[in-house]
Design a protein around this ligand. Structure first.
Ligand code: CU
Length: 357
């Protein structure tokens, strides 16, 4: 029924427009062609100015409306630079926007047809063309240059003292891994992935480096003022690590680890006080449509002090201790690597074995 109504409304709209057009045509004939043309020109010129004024009011209104809804201060050093870059881009494009829009609509009004004036024939000017090509080219090169500089910094080598966290996306949550005291991520193999036996990353237990690796879900702990390097993986489809408060974002691609690094500036607690929001948490969202549960891939990032981090780390049990039952991580010499099922698998896989550090 509603479809019929919609069609009827559209038909009626079309008929009314057609009738108005016909009526104005007859009015034009009655008034005389020239007078009609001049009147139309004046109306259109006036509409141009009205559009300009209303448009600019709209721009201002939108800004006022969404002022409080944009993200606050960036919570990382790289984020600060990205914000600065964004502000510079907005100022440059904003100035160009206002100048060009005002000129465009003002000229359309000011230079509408007049009997007293003859159009000036101005086909070509090399100097002018050079100016409006070179100036935007320089401005864009500077903007893109800054972008590239920060991109190389973010994806480049992290400082040596950086905390390393491996982030793995899967349908539909995040898995974080911290290397133990040895600061080495133990080897893993995708065929060993087994959620039921608490090995969501497929760690190879016969690699001693896996024994102190800490695997946690949903919440990632970072340290204030300490650089962090994220090594990003995916277990299934392409996900994307989106850390909006730190202004960071990187795809999680299966089989191809990606990296990025930054330094958190404020602890979660400090940010809560800054924002007057006791419930605030840094968010890790998946920024890539990855399936029907995509919306539920909300991870939490807790930025804490070094002391708090050490306390948290001490409380968490490495997966090896949970799965194999050994409370103290085995020393490399004590581990009998020939009897474990993973060792068998490893030898079977031979050169095809894909183990990452
Ligand atoms: Cu995802």
């Amino acid at each position: 029924m509603s479809t019929i109504f919609l069609i009827l409304i559209l038909l009626l709209g079309f008929l009314i427009t057609f009738q108005i057009a016909k009526a104005s045509e007859y009015v034009g004939i009655l008034k005389g062609e020239k007078k009609n043309f001049e009147q139309n020109n004046r109306i259109n010129g006036f509409l141009m100015i009205a559009f300009l004024v209303l448009g600019l009011i709209g721009v201002y209104w939108c800004n006022e409306l969404y002022k409080g809804k944009i993200l606050g201060e960036a919570a990382s050093d790289h984020g600060e630079k990205i914000d600065m870059m964004l502000r510079i881009t907005l100022v440059i494009t904003g100035i160009v926007f206002f100048i060009t829009q005002i000129l465009l609509f003002w000229f359309a009004y000011k230079y509408q047809y007049s009997e007293k004036r003859k159009a000036y024939y101005f086909p070509h000017n090399n100097k002018l063309e050079l100016i409006w090509t070179v100036i935007p080219a320089i401005a864009l090169t500077v903007l893109v240059g800054f972008g590239l500089l920060y991109w190389f910094k973010i994806t480049g080598d992290a400082p040596k003292n950086a905390l390393q966290v491996e982030v793995t996306g899967k349908q539909f949550n995040w898995i974080f891994r911290y290397p133990g005291k040895d600061n080495i991520f133990g080897k893993k193999y995708f065929r060993n992935i087994d959620d039921k036996s608490d090995n969501s990353l497929g760690l190879l237990w016969d690699d001693p480096a896996t024994h102190d690796d800490l695997v946690v879900n949903t919440t990632m702990y970072l340290i204030k003022n300490k650089p962090v390097k994220l090594i990003i993986n995916s277990r299934d489809v392409i996900h994307d690590v989106g850390l909006v408060h730190f202004r960071m974002k990187m795809d999680a691609v299966p089989g191809t680890p990606t990296t990025m690094w930054f330094t958190p500036k404020y602890t979660t607690e400090e940010m809560r006080q800054k924002l007057h929001d006791p419930e605030f948490d840094y968010e890790l969202s998946c920024d890539q449509m990855c399936g029907k549960g995509h919306f539920s891939m909300r991870g939490i990032v807790k930025v804490v002090t070094q002391e708090e981090f050490i306390l948290w780390r001490a409380k968490e049990k490495p997966n090896y201790a949970r799965v194999v039952g050994d409370k103290t991580p085995a020393a490399p010499a004590q581990a009998d690597s020939t009897k474990t099922p993973t060792a068998k698998l490893k030898s079977e896989a031979g050169t095809k074995l894909v183990a990452e550090k």
